[in-house]
Design a protein around this ligand. Structure first.
Ligand SMILES: *Cc1c(COP(=O)(O)O)cnc(C)c1O
Length: 221
């Protein structure tokens, strides 16, 4: 019952217009079902193989979000069912998503991942890179993807001032990209930022989607 309590507590502290993606990577299906049975429907995974297995084994009204680094040659496994891909950081990948979406007669919502953390290892585009990407004539040809907003991960640190400044930077990228490329497009509306340790800061800086694992399922051992 712990998972149910965790979700209920979290929902009370998050405004209703903000989506909570329960990050279920490495979490067994029984635990995911507990979250499902208390009414939760948004789940996030970061590995294709685990995602396809869980999709096959769990109820089909779950909305699955891909939040991890994705290789173009693996898009075909998730294209039939994925609700949103948060981790698009190159045009090759987006072209592959478009191709597989078309084959499945779907439009797949995608977020551009922006690198906001100081750490070297994090994936993502710069603001300049995102602008270049969106101005590429190849981008305009992709009709089976929908760019729905931006995603970012803050530095893993106790320094809340740094975390806040990174989220604020992402929100500023969002406003600039919206103004320059999606002014008339109401589907460009999502800001995916905030995890278990920093989601309250992310909310204050304008997050519309939170990606929360540990606070719901406990620590991954
Ligand atoms: C694991 C993960 C999360 C959730 O992390 P928690 O600290 O457990 O809430 C969020 N986003 C991404 C991209 C992740 O890989």
């Amino acid at each position: 019952m712990q998972i149910t309590e965790n979700i209920q507590r979290l929902k009370k502290s998050v405004p209703s217009h903000v989506g909570i993606i329960a990050v279920s990577k490495t979490i067994p299906e029984d635990d995911i079902l507990e979250a499902y049975h208390c009414g939760h429907r948004l789940f996030g995974e970061n590995r294709v193989q685990e995602l396809t297995r869980k999709h096959a084994n769990l109820p089909h009204d779950i909305e699955w979000h891909m939040i991890g680094h994705l290789q173009s040659n693996k898009v075909k496994y998730i294209a039939p069912f994925i609700a949103m891909i948060h981790s698009v950081d190159n045009l090759n990948l987006l072209t592959a998503i478009n191709h597989e979406a078309l084959k499945n007669n779907r439009t797949i919502r995608c977020l551009l991942q922006i690198k906001i953390a100081r750490e070297e290892s994090k994936y993502g585009l710069s603001l300049e890179g995102a602008n270049k990407f969106l101005s590429d004539p190849e981008f305009a040809l992709l009709k089976n993807i929908k760019i729905s907003g931006l995603m970012g991960m803050a530095t893993f640190t106790q320094d809340t001032t740094l975390i806040r400044s990174e989220f604020r930077h992402l929100a500023s990228c969002f406003r600039q990209i919206k103004a320059d490329h999606f002014r008339q497009d109401n589907d460009f509306c999502e800001l995916s930022m905030g995890m278990s340790g920093d989601y309250t800061i992310a909310l204050e800086e304008g997050a519309t989607l939170l990606r929360i694992g540990t606070l719901i399922f406990g620590s991954r051992t």
